[in-house]
Design a protein. Structure first.
Length: 372
């Protein structure tokens, strides 16, 4: 009987770190009777979630599955990959937070699970839940890296609230794979200071043992932006033409630009969300979180998770860049120190700087499109 342990996230709960450890331990897992498959060199398995997401996303555009015909062909390729690899008594581990973040309806979850059931007789889902008022600030920082320009506020959070109702998410998966086949674990903020605790929780909940450490240079950690980094990226994101669905050179330019901004602003104040907004987030999810914990049976760690304290008087951090600092950062991301061509080095007037930046960005975009 083929079995699948499917790790579905959620987002901002150490998924990237866990995936790195699973990948490095592939041979160790094989000795324990587990397979951690790699398809096309990918470190996780998001391609098994995206085709079943009905709302068009950048991943659909990036992989060319933006029509019903292309989506069907893509799923057929995945089916062929599984048909060639899965043996009757196999035990596989697959992981992607896209299973929880992109499959937003019971129908989407059902489609994805039904597809996997063609090759696996049993599917066990493992998922970490992080309190939403701790997750959303980190999610916000990530959205700025990806090109967003929104300011942190309750209005911003309100637009995201529907994505992180854990009771609804749990219910979708429980109705599809059965509650007895879901391993739900609390993600505590203390895990951030010791990544090994997360690995210990994962191993304790499964029969998997990860023995090979991940070298520091090979770790993929989603570091957070500082307040200054957020303020600067919010300003330049509209003129960095490097959409993630574009597979040309522009995507690499965005990634390098973000990395350079993070290096230039790393010594500034860390982003701190205001306590009033955090309290509103906690209030919004109080009832559904309590329902989830009650369904899961509670326990000491779940009680700690549910009772996480909020400093309602916490003052949020907000940086207003001076003209000189803005000019300094523009120079810092320009060549030869950064990825942006030298034509955008600061001129005599800020308006002229942004005009040059926008012009060169558009030229970079056209060049990238032609090469892509």
């Amino acid at each position: 009987m083929a079995e699948l342990l499917l790790h579905i996230g959620t987002v901002k709960t150490g998924s990237t770190m866990l995936q790195s450890h699973l990948r490095v331990n592939a041979e160790v897992l094989q000795e324990q009777g587990w397979k951690y498959p790699e398809f096309n060199g990918k470190r996780n398995h998001w391609e098994f979630a995206v085709p079943f997401q009905r709302r068009l996303s950048r991943e659909h555009l990036r992989t060319g599955i933006d029509t019903a015909e292309r989506r069907a062909a893509f799923i057929s390729e995945l089916e062929g990959a599984l048909r060639d690899r899965v043996q009757p008594d196999d035990r596989w581990v697959m992981t992607s937070e896209y299973f929880s973040s992109r499959l937003a309806s019971e129908a989407e979850v059902t489609d994805a699970v039904d597809f996997l059931r063609r090759y696996f007789d049993r599917i066990v889902v493992i998922v970490f839940f992080r309190r939403q008022e701790n997750l959303l600030p980190s999610y916000y920082s990530q959205s700025i890296k990806r090109g967003g320009s929104s300011r942190w506020s309750w209005s911003y959070c309100q637009r995201q609230l529907r994505h992180f109702d854990y009771w609804e998410m749990y219910s979708r998966w429980a109705s599809t794979v059965g509650p007895q086949n879901i391993i739900a674990l609390p993600y505590l903020e203390s895990f951030k200071s010791d990544a090994n605790v997360l690995l210990e929780r994962f191993q304790a909940a499964t029969t998997i043992r990860l023995t090979e450490p991940v070298k520091a240079r090979r770790r993929r950690v989603n570091a957070s932006l500082t307040s200054e980094g957020i303020a600067f990226l919010r300003e330049i994101n509209p003129v960095i033409v490097a959409l993630e669905q574009d597979t040309s050179v522009n995507t690499r330019i965005r990634a390098k630009t973000v990395a350079r901004v993070m290096a230039l602003t790393s010594d500034s104040q860390q982003f701190v969300p205001d306590g009033r907004t955090l309290a509103k987030i906690a209030s919004h999810y109080r009832e559904s979180n309590a329902k989830l914990v009650a369904e899961l049976g509670g326990g000491l760690e779940w009680d700690e998770w549910l009772a996480y304290p909020i400093d309602r008087d916490q003052a949020g951090s907000h940086v207003v860049l001076s003209r000189d600092r803005r000019s300094e950062l523009i120079a810092g991301i320009s060549q030869p120190r950064g990825p942006v061509p030298p034509e955008v080095l600061p001129g005599s007037r800020l308006r002229r700087q942004w005009g040059m930046f926008r012009s060169v960005s558009r030229e970079m975009f056209r060049e990238g499109r032609s090469k892509g």
